[in-house]
Design a binder for this molecule. Structure first.
Ligand SMILES: NC(=O)c1ccc[n+]([C@@H]2O[C@H](COP(=O)([O-])OP(=O)(O)OC[C@H]3O[C@@H](n4cnc5c(N)ncnc54)[C@H](O)[C@@H]3O)[C@@H](O)[C@H]2O)c1
Length: 247
């Protein structure tokens, strides 16, 4: 790694994508040195180069998080780690009747199991006041046509709450962010018409932006927010509040 050693280290997974990239940028702007991880090597290199060109302290490594041994080895080789953002994820849409067990397995394999693997490995290297931030999804509350995805993200919320208790004696804080509908490539699964309909249904009147989620990541990584753990912050423009009498 070529990152300067004088600043606390943050690792962001899925950092070639919309929310991961915005989170890496935000943490680098907040004076963390950031290691960006993703399985998409070319996109990752371009993303890291774009941030480095702005003078931000980032580095990148290509990693498929479903390779648990490689993920553990990478984390174990790092210097002490201040912040881990478990952001990488996959998504697709299906009628419930068309789902198969393998669809659920595929979601859990990427969206859930690496959260456990990386968090456990990272917690062994974190000093007191370390932060683990898991990107869940508002769909954990329930959503149509994504039962497999929603289940994998509900498990992330459960892991977050349980890890918060297990890691509290080490003073490691574990929280989740549950984004609503955020404009990233992952939404391509919905198609253009469905996206427009989704935007029209949001109480705030727009879809979320990756920077909206990165702002919550920055908040939870901030040394001043050291008394928040086990929480899931919903960042969805009010969509989960309910719209009785509204759209
Ligand atoms: N965009 C939304 O509306 C939304 C809503 C709720 C939750 N989320 C969650 O936010 C996170 C980021 O998603 P995004 O919207 O930025 O999508 P995205 O597709 O732009 O980014 C996801 C990134 O994860 C990477 N990735 C996927 N599988 C991987 C693996 N096995 N190993 C390493 N990297 C892998 C992808 O290459 C991609 O760069 C995901 O966990 C997603 O479920 C997104």
């Amino acid at each position: 790694m070529t990152l300067p050693p004088d600043r606390p280290l943050a690792v962001v997974t899925g950092a070639a994508g919309g929310i991961g990239f915005a989170s890496a940028k935000r943490l680098a702007e907040d004076s963390f040195r950031v290691l960006m991880l993703d399985r998409a090597g070319d996109r990752l290199a371009a993303a890291a180069a774009a941030l480095a060109a702005r003078g931000l302290g980032v580095d990148s490594e290509t990693l498929d998080l479903t390779d648990a041994a490689a993920a553990r080895a990478l984390i174990a080789a790092l210097p002490r780690l201040a912040v881990l953002v478990n952001n990488a994820g996959v998504f697709d849409v299906s009628d419930f009747d068309a789902l198969a067990e393998d669809d659920l397995r595929r979601m859990v394999e990427v969206n859930t199991i690496p959260v456990f693997t990386l968090s456990q490995a990272a917690a062994r290297r974190m000093p007191p006041d370390g932060r683990i931030i898991n990107i869940a999804s508002r769909s954990w509350l329930g959503a149509r046509q994504i039962a497999h995805y929603a289940a994998s993200k509900a498990a992330v919320v459960g892991l977050t709450r349980a890890m918060a208790l297990d890691l509290a004696p080490k003073r490691i804080l574990v929280n989740a962010i549950a984004p609503g509908v955020i404009e990233t490539a992952i939404l391509d699964a919905w198609g253009t018409d469905a996206r427009a309909a989704l935007a029209a249904r949001q109480p705030i009147g727009r879809l979320g932006r990756p920077a909206d989620i990165a702002a919550a990541v920055g908040f939870l990584a901030d040394p001043r927010t050291g008394f928040i753990t086990g929480q899931t912050i919903i960042v969805d423009g009010g969509a989960s509040v309910g719209t009785l009498g509204g759209a």
